[in-house]
Write a protein that binds this ligand. Structure first.
Ligand code: ADP
Length: 444
């Protein structure tokens, strides 16, 4: 500001001095005022030019004139450049911050002091069914209609989180969301949402599992306790005592099988998937399976009152000369479970066919029976723990309800899958499909 004023004064003095010398004081004052006026006009015009240049020109191009005014323009230009850099950096930091919140697996919604939506990440919009552009400035309670949520928002205490139903996409079940409100700034609110559907589901499954195990154990235990009490309190003839003891042994066996299957399942869940280093001799494995199947069929034959021999026509097709790369005990358990199911559920005289084949998918183990077959509504749930179609047949033959769950677990750990084909009255086929990478030709 000082420079232009000095310039004005200087212009007035320079013009006034010679005029005073030649003509007199009045003319000199008049000339000085005229000079100041002209110079002021020139200054205004220059200022206007600089202003226009600063508003239009590229902040990085050089100032197109020289002198004091160029210096002023350059200084202003430098300041504007600094401001521009700071603004860009702040904008970049904001973008990084928003990207980080967008990447969060949790939903983040920013609300103003009145509970209106100011911003939300995409997780929050899918959790609560919001559309970021459409619902901006909308009250959150108008969009999330769950009464639990409305009550939570209206309350003063938000220290605990609440669980509400999220927005379900048409294909999935309604998700469960954990929601919590946090205050920040000047009355603004941060709404955090977390999808806890799988945790809730796992919790329910764990509760079901514990209830099922307790139920499975309680039944034989009650029977055992009853027999013990009878033996303790009533003097029975020796043959009757033997009969009771036999029935007690059956219940104890039942509990033992259940515990053994539970341990197998927990070992399968707790260990790493099998590698490719252990070679299982398939003919050897299948001869163990065949021996077990024959033993079971003959035990059942005895139970059915038949005198010796097998209850079924057991057909074991020739076993390929392969090694399977996997864990022997697991594969034996999976195959034995499928074959023993066929033996247990097929009525006397039925045919059970066991064999291996090779397709483009890999190695397929299959066991087909001419048993009762299974209705289609049961098939998807058959490998769930403790799911049974024929409960009484399962009990009578010592079933635990865990055989198919074990078989499925084992084959999946080996990179394959369990397949079931069945029709009521037409028998069933259970298959284990193992990837081709797990078969090798036997070297000897
Ligand atoms: P369980 O110990 O009761 O046999 P599984 O898990 O092995 O339990 O089998 C689940 C249910 O599937 C059985 O209870 C039975 O109802 C049905 N099932 C299994 N295999 C067969 C089969 N070969 N034929 C008919 N039903 C079968």
């Amino acid at each position: 500001m000082l420079v232009p004023i000095l310039e004005l004064v200087f212009a007035g003095v320079v013009v006034a001095l010679p005029v005073w010398w030649w003509t007199g004081l009045t003319q000199a004052v008049f000339a000085a005022l005229l000079a100041v006026l002209v110079y002021a006009i020139v200054l205004i015009w220059k200022t206007h030019r600089i202003e226009q240049w600063l508003s239009q020109a590229d902040l990085h191009s050089p100032v197109p004139w020289k002198g004091v005014w160029a210096e002023i323009a350059q200084r202003v230009q430098r300041l504007l450049r600094q401001r521009e850099t700071q603004t860009n950096m702040a904008e970049q930091r904001l973008q990084y911050f928003l990207q980080a919140i967008q990447a969060s697996p949790n939903g983040v919604t920013l609300l103003d002091a009145q509970g209106r939506i100011e911003w939300c990440n995409s997780t929050a919009s899918s959790h609560l069914g919001m559309d970021v552009s459409r619902d901006l400035k909308q009250h959150i309670v108008h969009l999330v209609r769950d009464p639990v949520f409305a009550k939570y928002i209206a309350a003063n205490d938000h220290t605990a989180e609440v669980v509400i139903d999220g927005r379900a996409s048409s294909l999935t079940q309604t998700p469960k969301l954990s929601v919590q409100l946090h205050m920040y700034g000047e009355g603004q609110q941060l709404l955090l949402t977390r999808d806890i559907t799988s945790v809730t589901l796992a919790d329910a499954m764990r509760r079901d599992f514990v209830a099922n195990v307790s139920h499975e154990i309680r039944t034989p235990l009650t029977v055992l306790a009853g027999f013990v009490e009878t033996l303790q309190s009533i003097p029975l003839p020796p043959e009757e005592q033997q009969r009771y003891l036999h029935l007690m042994a059956v219940q104890a066996d039942r509990m033992q099988s259940l515990v053994a299957d539970l341990l197998t399942l927990s070992q399968l869940e707790g260990s790493l998937p099998p590698g490719l280093h252990e070679k299982v001799n398939l003919p050897d494995l299948m001869s163990d399976v065949a021996a077990d199947a024959q033993a079971l069929s003959s035990v059942l034959s005895g139970l059915e009152g038949e005198q010796g021999g097998l209850l079924h026509d057991l057909v074991f097709e020739p076993v390929p000369h392969w090694s399977l790369l996997g864990v022997r005990s697991e594969l034996l358990s999976a195959i034995t479970n499928l074959v023993s199911n066929a033996v247990r559920y097929t009525p006397p005289g039925g045919v059970i066919r066991v064999g291996w084949s090779r397709t483009a998918e890999g190695a397929i183990f299959s066991v087909s029976d001419s048993g009762p077959g299974i209705a289609p509504e049961h098939l998807p749930r058959l490998s769930e723990r403790f799911y049974r179609v024929d409960r009484s047949r399962s009990r009578e033959t010592g079933g635990t309800g865990l055989g198919l769950a074990i078989a499925k677990h084992v084959v999946q750990r080996h990179g394959g899958e369990l397949r079931i084909q069945s029709q009521v009255g037409q028998g069933s086929t259970f298959m284990l499909v193992l990837p081709a990478a797990r078969i090798e030709l036997l070297s000897d």
